[in-house]
Design a protein around this ligand. Structure first.
Ligand code: ISL
Ligand code: CA
Length: 550
């Protein structure tokens, strides 16, 4: 088992990572070419977003065949080579397990619709029109899609049909997929929307007294059988294979995340939380613009305190991330790219690397990649198209406004090709990439970052070695100082007599903080010049420090 608490994870969204054969699409050989880069960065494990055969309706999250590799990305031999080459460099591979749903082109689904009496019919949820409920899908349409004279349940896009986990054959088939890849030598799985696998019995209407489609939150998230299924999966697969289980527990609350990850419960090892990523969104998610995408530093701090304290105190465990492939890049949400691009990228890195929980880096954040200015014609993301439709059709938002909002929040923002250099097509490919390339690659790219001592990338490297050198950052308690401070976050991590104080100004203005206690200190790392730890600390915009104290 990977020493996951002591590991740094790097998420690769393969389609946009590196193209090796010049078809404009990232691929497995491209990842192999960049393993030395990743090793040098200091990471221990790669979470690979799905590489299975897919129709690209949701770029890999619509799996057509769990046992073959998307041809655009390469072959099974390429994947075996990746595992081997990664192992040579002591890098583990975590695959994405997409098991809440399959593509409607998956053999099981095809069998299910070909013959109503086939055993595969019960692998999914089919209902007659009069029996379907009022559930709204995660992607903004009805969760029920017409197929011949029946409807099937699709909680994400229309071509992602929900699997019926109550059927033991479904569960065993998924466990077999897991074993197949674990036998190849991967170290575990990031499990896509794993807390939505149990749907409320009888599939009742949500809020039947209300008109229109309703998001079925507690009818589909953290259902009562999720624990049962996870325990079974743990017993049958994770424990015997000594494999890591990382749950994408969508919209999870702290108590439930603790329940999933507590050692004695034998379910998962860690989950992600969604609160930080959802900051500023309305109740219905990122396309719900009713809050105007506004939030305060205090909101950011409150979420941090809530999750840090509850996880540490109750034996839960998180993977901490600022960005991933589902949200626009964080630097423009919590930082400031106009005046403090470097400073804020580094400040946020110091934050993510000094929390309780394992740090995740999303490809490109280590150079502070920003969100492009996308036009309608540049969109690729199905969630974006669906939500745009819903906004214009159901909410009657004028098209030009809906386009603006969608371009602002689309997941495409985080999915543009990685900037390897200033060369043509950013060194991602020799031909025009499959999606919009951010023209700022001439200024923001990995090659330049590697050559600049003071770069964001080199700061990430320092943060990574920090975690390797100070066990308190991994195992230590989390004690916040001046919780009420509106702009500066400050906390102490403590373990076995080692104490570290982290202090970060999250604002684009100068701010000060008064410390009640006096400390002896040693300055360890900062994104500005080292500063003595004194009673009144005056911090520049996004100034961040870490000290060893006693
Ligand atoms: O962020 C979200 C909630 O508003 C959704 O975009 C997202 O669907 C949710 O986080 C679940 O994500 C995962 O499952 C989806 C897939 O599209 C995402 O890429 C994946 O990370 C369906 O498989
Ligand atoms: Ca390619």
């Amino acid at each position: 088992m990977i020493d996951y608490k002591n590991s740094i994870f790097y998420q690769i969204w393969p389609r946009s990572f590196k193209d090796s054969n010049n078809d404009g699409i990232g691929d497995i050989q491209g990842i192999i070419q960049k393993l030395d880069y990743l090793k040098n960065l200091g990471i221990d494990a790669i979470w690979l977003s799905p590489i299975y055969k897919t129709n690209n309706d949701d770029y890999g999250y619509d799996v057509v065949d769990y046992y073959s590799i998307n041809e655009e990305y390469g072959s099974m031999e390429d994947f075996d080579e990746l595992i081997l080459e990664a192992k040579k460099r002591n890098i583990e591979i975590i695959m994405d397990l997409v098991a809440n749903h399959t593509s409607t082109s998956h053999q099981w689904f095809l069998e299910a619709i070909k013959d109503k009496n086939s055993k595969y019919r019960d692998y999914y949820f089919f209902e007659k029109k009069e029996n379907i409920n009022n559930w709204l899908s995660f992607f903004g349409n009805s969760s029920w899609v017409k197929q011949d004279d029946y409807y099937y349940l699709a909680s994400f896009s229309a071509t992602q049909a929900d699997l019926n986990w109550a059927n033991i054959e479904v569960r065993n088939s998924i466990y077999n997929v897991m074993k197949f890849y674990l036998n190849k030598g991967i170290c575990g799985f990031r499990m896509d929307v794993i807390n939505t696998i149990d749907k409320k019995e009888g599939l009742p209407d949500k809020n039947p007294h209300l008109k229109g489609l309703q998001f079925p939150d507690d009818y589909i998230i953290d259902g009562k059988n999720v624990d049962k299924y996870l325990k079974e999966m743990n017993e049958k697969v994770l424990t015997p294979y000594d494999a890591l289980g990382l749950g994408e527990a969508v919209l999870v609350k702290p108590e439930i995340a603790i329940n999933y990850t507590k050692k004695e419960n034998k379910e998962l090892h860690m989950t992600f939380q969604f609160d930080l990523a959802m900051l500023g969104y309305g109740e219905l998610g990122k396309y719900d613009f009713r809050k105007g995408y506004r939030f305060s530093i205090k909101d950011f701090k409150n979420i941090t305190s809530l999750w840090q304290e509850s996880m540490y105190e109750n034996g839960g465990y998180l993977g901490n991330y600022l960005s991933n492939h589902d949200h626009k890049r964080h630097i423009e949400r919590y930082g400031d790219i106009k005046k403090y691009h470097k400073e804020s990228s580094k400040a946020l890195a110091l934050y993510n690397f000094t929390l309780y929980g394992s740090p995740f880096i999303y490809q490109g954040e280590e150079i502070g990649m920003t969100n492009p200015k996308l036009k309608y014609k540049d969109w690729k993301d199905p969630e974006c198209f669906n939500s745009y439709e819903a906004m214009t059709r159901m909410l009657h938002v004028p098209k030009f406004i809906a386009k603006k909002i969608s371009s602002y929040v689309t997941r495409d923002n985080a999915r543009t090709p990685i900037h390897w250099s200033k060369e043509n097509y950013a060194g991602f490919s020799n031909v025009e990439p499959w999606m919009y390339l951010n023209p700022n690659y001439k200024k923001i790219n990995i090659e330049d970052n590697l050559n600049d001592k003071d770069s964001i990338l080199n700061f990430y490297k320092k943060c990574i070695s920090l975690r390797k050198n100070y066990p308190s950052l991994i195992y230590g308690s989390f004690l916040e100082i001046q919780k009420e401070h509106p702009h500066i976050i400050a906390y102490i991590r403590e373990y076995n007599n080692e104490r570290m104080l982290i202090m970060i100004n999250l604002d684009k203005k100068k701010r000060s903080i008064i410390l009640k206690d006096k400390y002896k200190f040693k300055h360890i790392l900062s994104n500005y010049k080292p500063k003595n730890l004194v009673k009144e600390m005056l911090l520049e915009p996004f100034e961040a420090h870490i000290y060893l104290i006693n």
